[in-house]
Design a protein around this ligand. Structure first.
Ligand code: HEM
Length: 327
């Protein structure tokens, strides 16, 4: 009896400490309404990633940008209209790759055939991201479901809500801290840079015109800096030039990104900053030495990211198409 009471009390406490919206999400949310949901998303992302290997990293960044700015409501998927410049057309989001949007559209099309008007674009993006992270060798984590799609998307509101490579470590900590992330969670999430690309424009000032004597930023390993200079040499003619974020194991979700940082093999100024600052360096070292710990903390932080500012119940809508609101 006593044991039963303790279990009951603990469960009640757990429920009351969950934010109201989050407590309405369930991992088996579509079990009855769309039993094929998980399989359809899984099949779609697998096919897409095999044919377009940039999909995984692009989708992870897309999800991160959707959630950190105004919550995981799929608002980043909405297209601009003649009357409204949408979030996805904000300057910082222009480099999000088309393949990331496309994988969500494909899954939505398949899901609308199987179970019309049932699955939100926000849930598709959350699960597609998790499936792709796992497919790249990263950790599996639970994705509770039941998010509804947001109706508003506004480019001008985006600036300042997402991190920029030129920010100081205090500014980066502030951007993440304002959404409830600790310094350690901020470092764990940044481990996402173990996959994907950065355009040369994001770091070219550090490798070309760092100082008047045209040296590169001393935070770079000199051979790596000259490799980056070569890779980006044509940047004026070709603004799409990009390099891998994790030069050693670019296609594998692992902890090598953290091992690169002390060696000067980070690409962005913000990557270097994580190792250079005493507040973040211990966590970089922890994750560089212990991949299991990185995976555990990354998974937990992704679960937390995935419920930021969600809309449930009667709020929001189930969009018919991911790129436009129903009205
Ligand atoms: C610490 C703050 C962060 C800064 C300043 C930052 C900035 C950037 C920049 C400038 C790029 C290059 C984009 C491009 O040129 O196309 C990038 C790529 C990427 N970022 Fe971050 N990021 C941060 C944290 C995160 C977090 C927390 C995640 C996910 C949880 C993430 C996921 C990614 C991924 C996966 C890519 C590769 C995208 C691709 O290949 O298309 N980033 N990031």
């Amino acid at each position: 009896m006593m044991a039963f009471l303790i279990v009951l009390l603990t469960s009640l406490l757990a429920l009351t400490t969950l934010p109201a919206a989050e407590s309405q999400l369930y991992t088996n949310y579509y079990q009855k309404s769309c039993p094929g949901f998980a399989q359809i998303v899984q099949d779609t992302v697998t096919n897409k990633q095999i044919t377009n290997p940039t999909t995984a990293a692009g989708t992870l960044r897309l999800f991160f940008h959707d959630c950190l700015h105004n919550g995981c409501d799929g608002s980043i998927l909405l297209s601009s209209t003649p009357f409204n410049k949408a979030e996805r057309d904000a300057d910082i989001n222009l480099s999000l790759p088309g393949d990331a949007f496309d994988v969500v559209v494909r899954a939505k099309t398949a899901l609308e055939l199987a179970c019309p008007n049932t699955v939100s674009c926000a849930d598709i993006l959350a699960v597609a991201t998790r499936d792709l992270v796992t497919m790249m060798g990263g950790p599996f984590y639970n994705v509770p479901l039941g998010r509804r799609d947001g109706r508003s998307s506004n480019a001008s509101a985006v600036e300042g809500t997402l991190p920029r490579p030129a920010m100081t470590i205090s500014q980066l900590i502030e951007v993440f801290g304002s959404r409830g992330f600790s310094v350690q969670e901020t470092v764990a999430l940044s481990g996402a840079h173990t996959i994907g690309f950065s355009h040369c424009s994001e770091f070219s000032s550090a490798i070309y015109n760092y100082s008047k004597s045209a040296q590169s930023d001393p935070n770079y390993n000199p051979r790596f800096a000259s490799g980056l200079q070569q890779a980006c040499a044509d940047i004026k003619k070709n603004p799409t030039l990009s390099v891998f974020n994790d030069v050693m194991t670019p296609n594998k979700f692992d902890n090598v990104y953290f091992q690169n940082l002390p060696k000067g093999l980070g690409v962005l100024k913000s990557d270097h900053a994580l190792f250079n600052d005493a507040k973040t360096r211990p966590f970089v070292e922890l994750y560089a030495n212990d991949q299991n710990r990185f995976f555990r903390d990354f998974a937990k932080a992704m679960e937390k990211l995935g419920v930021l500012g969600i809309q449930t119940g009667k709020r929001g809508e189930i969009r018919h198409r991911c790129d436009e609101s129903n009205y």
